[in-house]
Design a protein around this ligand. Structure first.
Ligand code: ATR
Length: 321
């Protein structure tokens, strides 16, 4: 999978006129599994993308308890699904349930995209989506991770901020914070400051970065200097009365050029509001959601994802506009 290539082409391609293929016996399925799943925007975004590509596929959403994840994946495989997306709380659990792992899932230690594959007549594994007729019965599940690339891509594209050489204050050291921290180190940021409410978790992430990228300049704590980017990977801001995800007496937002909040609902978190007031460039996490989904559709279809169409559907679903 070449995500860079996908994005390059996706911006240049002409988006085809959407046509809704009739639901019939040849219709193939993809789905997102999560617990809970009710508010997922992925079906709206992915079905718009599928339709724009003219595929006779549908994308569904299932509430699957973690205890049933293995059975659900096996069921989708038995029914020759195209693939799956996995969201909270399945991404780590699924690693052990794959028949093979793409390098992206190996690097990030989590699976958010599953591609089912079958052997062609030469014995080579091909995506189920590449078979135009009958799909052989023996399938394998290959795990991918499109989240980490999506973080970096969205930050760079939405804020026009190259990560290589940037100084970054990262807030949060949970699942999203860990992935973001490792991706920022991999992207070659010049300096990375890690802050988390529970300091020991930020220290554990710093240790992991040093093991993988011994030359990385990582500090646990607030910077004494201005930074190019503040990236919020905490869940503080999801609710209107949440506190800011950092201590304002330790760091002034006027010292940051740009602020990215991984939260996309509400559109403007208290952090983004404060950042705008301080004169920072800002972006919320909708772009991350878009790019992880676009990469998944490309992995399943082998075609560049229709980004504009997916973005419009996503915005409409999440913000109603
Ligand atoms: P996710 O998978 O979305 O990252 P998570 O692993 O539960 O979810 O991590 C949530 C993150 O938000 C953590 O960094 C958490 O800080 P702690 O590790 O100290 O729990 C952070 N977080 C949640 N509520 C917060 C708050 N009110 N203020 C600051 N940080 C908060």
């Amino acid at each position: 999978m070449d995500f860079e290539l996908c994005r390059h082409f996706a911006y240049k391609q002409r988006v085809p006129e959407p046509t809704t293929a009739a639901l019939n016996a040849a219709t193939r399925y993809c789905a997102v599994l999560g617990h809970p799943i009710r508010h997922s925007a992925s079906p709206a975004m992915q079905n718009a993308g599928i339709q724009a590509l003219g595929l006779n596929w549908r994308y569904l959403a299932y509430d699957v308890h973690p205890d049933q994840l293995r059975a659900a994946i096996a069921g989708a495989k038995a029914m020759k699904f195209i693939g799956l997306n996995l969201t909270v709380p399945h991404k780590l659990l699924a690693v052990e349930m794959m028949d093979a792992l793409d390098v992206s899932a190996q690097i990030w230690g989590a699976v958010n995209t599953v591609r089912f594959e079958a052997r062609d007549t030469t014995g080579a594994w091909l995506p189920v989506g590449a078979f135009s007729g009958e799909v052989p019965d023996e399938l394998r599940a290959v795990g991918y991770n499109t989240d980490a690339d999506a973080i970096a891509y969205s930050v760079e594209a939405d804020l026009q901020l190259p990560l290589a050489g940037a100084s970054v204050l990262l807030l949060g050291a949970g699942g999203a914070g860990r992935t973001a921290a490792l991706k920022l180190a991999a992207a070659g940021v010049a300096q990375l400051f890690l802050v988390n409410r529970t300091v020991s978790k930020a220290e554990a992430v710093a240790e992991e970065i040093w093991k993988r990228y011994p030359a990385a300049a990582v500090t646990v704590g607030y910077p004494n200097q201005p930074v190019d980017l503040v990236l919020n990977a905490t869940s503080a801001g999801l609710k209107a009365d949440d506190p800011l995800p950092f201590a304002p007496d330790q760091f002034a937002l006027s010292r940051a050029k740009a602020v990215y909040d991984m939260i996309y609902h509400p559109t403007e978190t208290p952090l983004l509001r404060a950042a705008k007031a301080a004169g920072c460039k800002t972006a919320n996490g909708l772009g991350m959601l878009l790019h992880q989904g676009a990469a998944a559709l490309q992995i399943w279809s082998g075609q560049p994802a229709p980004l504009e169409t997916m973005h419009t559907a996503l915005r409409h679903n999440v913000y109603g506009s």
